[in-house]
Every structure is written in C-alpha cells, then in structure tokens.
Design a protein around this ligand. Structure first.
Ligand SMILES: NC(=O)c1ccc[n+]([C@@H]2O[C@H](COP(=O)([O-])OP(=O)(O)OC[C@H]3O[C@@H](n4cnc5c(N)ncnc54)[C@H](O)[C@@H]3O)[C@@H](O)[C@H]2O)c1
Length: 353
C-alpha cells in the first residue's frame, strides 16, 4: 500500500511512520510543513529506506496537495498534521484555525478530487483517516464516567474546538460527498520524541537540569495516558482494517493525576540518575505549583472497548513499563533534546539537513 502521513515529522506522526516502515512493506510519503513541532531528526532511523519519502508542504496549499496526490497515488491518507499544544492555542489561536480547520478542509477537498479520479476498486480500498483527540468531548467530572464514541462534543480550549471542527468536516465529507473516511479520538500520548514543551518530557529534562517542575493548579487533573507506539499500532490497524464511516476511541486504561505522573518521573530519575545537579537533594523538591491554565479540563478517560471488540487492539505497555522506557529514551537521546534546546533541529526545516 501507499500511505500519505500528514504531520509525519511530529511526535505521533513520526511514530506512525517508523511503525509502517519497520513493521510493514508499505511505502510512505510524509507531508509536513515543518513548523516548530516538526523535526526530521525524529525520522532519522527510517530516512534512508527506499519506501520512505518526504515533502515539505503546508496542508493549506491546495495546489501542492493536488500535485503530490496525482504523483504518489495514495491508497490511504493518515491525517495527523495539526497545531497540537493547548497552551499555544490560548496564547495565539490563529494558527489552530488555519491548520486544524482550513488545512483539514483543504486536504479533504484535495482528497475528494483525487478519489474521484480513481477506478472503482481503488475507490473502495481508499481511506482518509483523520486522527483526533479525546479533548473534543470536553472533560469529565464523575469518577467513573468514560468517553465513548457517542459522547457529545463539548470542547473547552481553542485547540480542542478546532479539532472538533475538523472532525465535523470529515464526517460531512463522508456523508455528503461519499469520501471513505474513518476517525480516531485518542487520549494523551507519551513516549520517545515528544517535544519538550509537553508535560512528561518537560519534567524529565527540567529535573535533569535541577530546574523547577511547574505543575498547573493543584496537580489533581487526570489524564488517560497511552504509550505512543501503542497508538501508532492502533492507527495503522484502523487505517487499514476499519469499516468506512467508523469512529474509534483509543486510550491506555491509564488514568493518572498530573502530580502522580511527575512523582513517578522523579522516582525513576532517583533510580536511574542518582547523581543529581548541584544543590538538589531529591528530585521531588523541584516540584512547584503554578497558576492553573484557564479553562483547564479536570479529567479525561476513554472507553476503548469498541476498538478492542472490532479490531482486537489493546495497549501493550502499562504506565510503569512505558514510563520507564520513556525516561530511559530521554537519557539515551540527549543529542535529540539538545538540538531542540539550541534550536539547531530547525536547520532540518530549511532543508539543510
Ligand atoms: N499528542 C497527543 O497526546 C495527542 C493525543 C490525541 C490526538 N492527537 C492528535 O494527533 C495528531 C498529532 O499530534 P502530535 O502530538 O504528534 O503533534 P505535533 O505537534 O508533535 O506534530 C504536528 C506535526 O504537524 C506538522 N504541521 C503543523 N501544521 C502543519 C501544516 N499546516 N501543514 C503540514 N504540516 C503541519 C508539524 O510540523 C508537526 O510535524 C494531531 O492531530 C493531534 O491533534 C495528539
């Protein structure tokens, strides 16, 4: 199969690309604008493979999309390109509207035009897989409630509102124009190659430097964490096996309070890096509570029983095994982190690397 992965230089996109190149015989074309979140160094392990291709394209650029679809002829489009950081969406929502809404609309239009050129068998194989978030459902206040595929949308932040909009567009392009789409809504991911502005890598890297570990509010917010490679397996399964028009929730059965996540990181670091930075007696002493994020969702938790029943997927990692792998990865891949910190990873965006 030939698979286009939009946003393939990002955190989850690069895991999907590595999964496809390493575990299948498919050919992959990554389409990525290479914003601050795109990092070609996350694709170093597959970049020499003949089945891997890359084009620096903005998904809002219809002409470029037309050219690339006509020349690559994809069987599947996995759409992960997005602005993805909630704090950035509060500071400056406009890029979120552009990429997540206009970009998805543009990609849908280009995909539909391409799909109409295919002969009937190819048309029936084709899938447009939209990768979305559980944040479209808003938050949960009861302790036992779970998001199902039928939970009404109630997004809280500009990020989740823009993702909700894109989900609606994808459903409309299926229902109105017949484009064969599938949608997945996933909980918080963690794992290797996660950009250091996000909670888990930020805490690991700050602790190693003896910097404060800032926790929003009282740290009691609950997230359902999924190891990114488990997500990549689920996405490939859905893209290749799900029935047209389906939606699947994907989650890790791993509800954790933010403060507990940070405590686990500190405990792993005590074991793996007992030699602490100057003046630090205990990593947990670095924990600092800061003013809460406006509109901060209290709890997310996913009912992932449908994807298990229909497609047999369940996560392979527990939070304990996944967190250990993650902390070890950051310890062993200092260069990847240093290139983000000193900005040199950005050279890949200018085509220098
Ligand atoms: N990270 C999570 O925990 C999580 C959970 C559920 C769903 N998701 C969804 O999964 C997808 C991927 O998330 P991520 O964490 O890997 O994001 P990310 O921010 O790490 O990566 C996004 C990628 O998209 C690219 N991009 C941004 N704007 C673009 C544009 N206009 N044209 C082309 N490329 C563009 C960036 O360069 C980057 O490589 C997103 O759609 C996100 O909403 C993420």
């Amino acid at each position: 199969m030939k698979v286009i992965v939009t946003g393939g230089a990002g955190f989850i996109g690069s895991a999907v690309v590595r999964h496809i190149i390493e575990q299948t015989n498919d050919e992959v074309l990554v389409i990525d604008k290479l914003t601050y979140a795109g990092n070609l160094e996350s694709l170093d392990s597959v970049s020499e493979n003949k089945r891997y291709h890359f084009k620096q394209i903005d998904i809002c650029d219809r002409k470029e999309l037309n050219v690339v679809m006509a020349s690559f002829c994809p069987d599947v489009i996995m759409h992960l390109a997005a602005e993805s950081h909630v704090d950035r969406s509060i500071d400056n929502p406009s890029a979120f509207i552009d990429t997540n809404i206009i970009g998805t609309y543009t990609l849908l239009e280009a995909s539909l035009a391409y799909w109409k050129t295919l002969e009937a068998t190819k048309q029936s194989i084709f899938r447009f897989h939209h990768i979305s978030t559980d944040e479209v459902y808003g938050d949960l206040h009861g302790t036992n409630d779970l998001f199902t595929e039928k939970t009404p949308y109630s997004p809280s932040s500009p990020y989740s509102a823009s993702k909700a909009s894109s989900d609606h567009l994808v459903r409309a392009w299926h229902r109105t124009f017949g484009l064969p789409t599938v949608i997945t809504n996933c909980s918080n991911n963690y794992g290797p190659y996660h950009f250091p502005e996000k909670l888990i890598p930020l805490m690991i890297l700050n602790a190693l430097e003896g910097k404060p570990l800032p926790i929003y509010g009282n740290g009691q917010q609950i997230r359902d964490w999924l190891y990114v490679e488990d997500h990549a397996r689920a996405l490939y399964l859905v893209a290749t096996k799900a029935k047209v028009g389906e939606t699947y929730n994907i989650g890790g059965h791993n509800e954790q309070k933010n403060i507990d996540v940070v405590n686990i990181i500190c405990e792993l670091l005590e074991e793996l890096v007992p030699n602490k930075p100057n003046g630090v007696k205990c990593y947990k002493d670095l924990i600092t509570y800061v003013t809460d994020r406006p509109g901060h969702d209290q709890r997310y938790a996913i009912d992932a029983s449908k994807i298990y029943q229909d497609l047999g997927w369940k996560p392979q990692e527990t939070f304990q095994t996944g967190m250990r792998k993650t902390v070890e990865w950051y310890l062993q891949n200092k260069q990847w982190c240093d290139h983000i910190k000193d900005g040199s990873y950005a050279r890949s965006r200018q085509g220098i690397i």
